[in-house]
Design a protein around this ligand. Structure first.
Ligand code: GLN
Length: 510
């Protein structure tokens, strides 16, 4: 059996394979759960889980960073196990169930179960996220020009979920009680699974996503079929991961001394080296053309890391900034997490039409240029908000328009990079390792959370004695934003300068 769908005589909808729309809704609801929970996470940690600590900002920053890193790093393992044993369908089911479980455990509102809940979401996301994205890629034949727009539509689904859920879960969570917000996230995940399941029942995926080999799938180890063993191990990985998350305590965070390194940080140094070594072995065995493309895939993953490192501050520093230093009237601080997705939904069609329009005139910028511009937009986003101090009121609260502008600019940057990269990754990777490469792509987000951790911990150290808002925190946040702006602008300009070199590596891939 093969993971590649044969799209030839397949039913179409809006010019795309019908399967795309089932994956669209499944992912929409999965992201609904993911982002609904994320909107509440930092505020929940600061106000509930770590409420008793004087270093609550620091502890929240450390756990948020570890959670984010692990939630995306797990996608490499989920991608690999799918490629070799489970196939995409079984992986998506397993991941969805574990994520729903995690959200429901969060809804219990118990400070110890809290870590276990995050761990279930981490393992679940590892199985769900890379596989549903790879599945989209397999709906199209190689070189199918609809693939980029297919990914744009899919990205739209992600962000419709990411837009609605902070509004709903954030409203429920902050108005009626955290558990309502987390509970709704869990229900969202189950809804996503229902969509996926109905796609399978209606046979819209053909043979796509089935296990790569029935023998491997059924092969028994100690009497247990491998696919069951994977499920059992996935379940029992959660307590171990919960322990890793909890390690913010053993190496820093609690009390008055701060340590910049915890077990998860160390783990990421190791993972970084391991990925590079493993990729090197793959590249040695690959053909020259594959090798160049894989190298480029790694480069775009690297630039994406820098971008996400600033972008993923949304759920931590920027949510706290919104809560403490932004004048909000219509929405609460957790609901501001909807703004990024809102802009993506508004802008993704115009921007993808712009690419097609430019392509017709043979002037669609190639990937490296889009990436350079994306980083520059991120820089501008933080630069603009770093200027907001002049408009602060007597309580150190800045106008909401600055936050809106930050989200607008960074979302434009995101559209220049993320959907483009997602699609290019599937083009630049040899078919045999495409799900694994999707995992490597998501590693960009994993490492990004280490950057998020670094930044948010620095800001937390400064804000510990004055974390109630006002000009103390305003100055700290704006100082941080202005530094971030500089780093993002410089990296964007560097990417533009090296664009011609990178273009050569990509060969026929645009
Ligand atoms: N917002 C996108 C998603 O949820 C990308 C997130 C990421 O990779 N950091 O899929």
């Amino acid at each position: 059996m093969s993971d590649i769908v044969k799209p030839t005589n397949e039913k179409q909808l809006l010019g795309h394979p019908q399967g795309l729309f089932y994956l669209f809704f499944a992912e929409l609801w999965e992201r609904f759960s993911f982002y609904g929970m994320r909107a509440l996470l930092t505020l929940y940690m600061v106000n509930v889980v770590f409420e008793a600590l004087s270093t609550r900002d620091y502890a929240a920053a450390a756990v948020y960073a570890s959670y984010g890193s692990l939630v995306y790093a797990s996608t490499v393992i989920g991608g690999k196990i799918s490629d070799s044993i489970l196939g995409m369908r079984a992986s998506i089911f397993l991941g969805g169930i574990l994520m729903a479980l995690g959200h429901f455990v969060l809804a219990i509102e118990n400070n110890i179960a809290f870590f276990l809940a995050l761990a279930f979401i981490i393992v679940g996301n590892g199985f769900f996220k890379p596989n549903i994205s790879t599945f989209v890629g397999t709906l199209y034949k190689e070189g199918d020009p609809r693939k980029d727009s297919g990914f744009t539509i899919f990205y739209m689904g992600i962000n419709i979920g990411g837009f609605i859920s902070p509004l709903l879960c954030g409203w429920l969570g902050q108005t009626y009680g955290w558990h309502y917000g987390f509970g709704l996230a869990g229900i969202g995940m189950l809804t996503g699974l229902l969509f996926f399941w109905s796609g399978i029942r209606k046979n819209v995926f053909g043979d796509g996503g089935k296990p790569p080999s029935v023998e491997v799938y059924e092969k028994r180890i100690m009497g247990i079929p491998q696919h069951q063993l994977v499920r059992i191990l996935a379940f029992f990985a959660a307590p171990l991961i919960a322990y890793l998350l909890y390690s913010y305590k053993s190496l820093g965070g609690e009390g008055t001394t701060f340590e910049d390194t915890n077990i998860v940080n160390l783990l990421f140094y190791i993972i970084g080296v391991a990925v590079i070594v493993y990729m090197a072995t793959i590249m040695i065995k690959a053909t020259m053309d594959e090798r160049k493309k894989l190298f480029m895939a790694l480069l775009i993953t690297f630039f994406m890391t820098i971008f996400w490192g600033f972008h993923e501050l949304h759920g931590s520093v920027i949510t706290l900034f919104a809560a403490r230093n932004v004048n909000l009237s219509l929405i609460n601080a957790s609901q501001t997490n909807a703004l990024n997705s809102m802009f993506i939904v508004i802008l993704s069609i115009p921007i993808s039409i712009m690419w097609t329009w430019l392509a017709k005139r043979k002037s669609n910028p190639r990937t490296p240029y889009k990436f350079g511009m994306g980083l520059i937009f991120a820089g501008l986003a933080f630069y603009v908000v770093s200027l907001s101090g002049g408009s602060a009121d007597e309580n150190g609260m800045v106008p909401f328009s600055y936050l809106l502008l930050l989200y607008f600019l960074i979302s434009v940057g995101e559209l220049f990079m993320s959907p483009v990269g997602l699609s290019k990754i599937t083009d630049l990777s040899p078919k045999r390792i495409v799900a694994f490469m999707m995992g490597v792509w998501f590693l960009s987000s994993a490492f990004a959370f280490q950057i998020v951790g670094f930044i948010s911990k620095q800001l937390a150290i400064e804000s510990t004695d004055s974390n109630v808002g006002g000009f103390d925190t305003l100055d700290i946040y704006l100082g941080g934003f202005s530094l971030i702006a500089k780093y993002a602008l410089v990296s964007g300009v560097l990417v533009l300068i090296f664009g011609p070199l990178m273009k050569r590596l990509m060969g026929n891939v645009h």
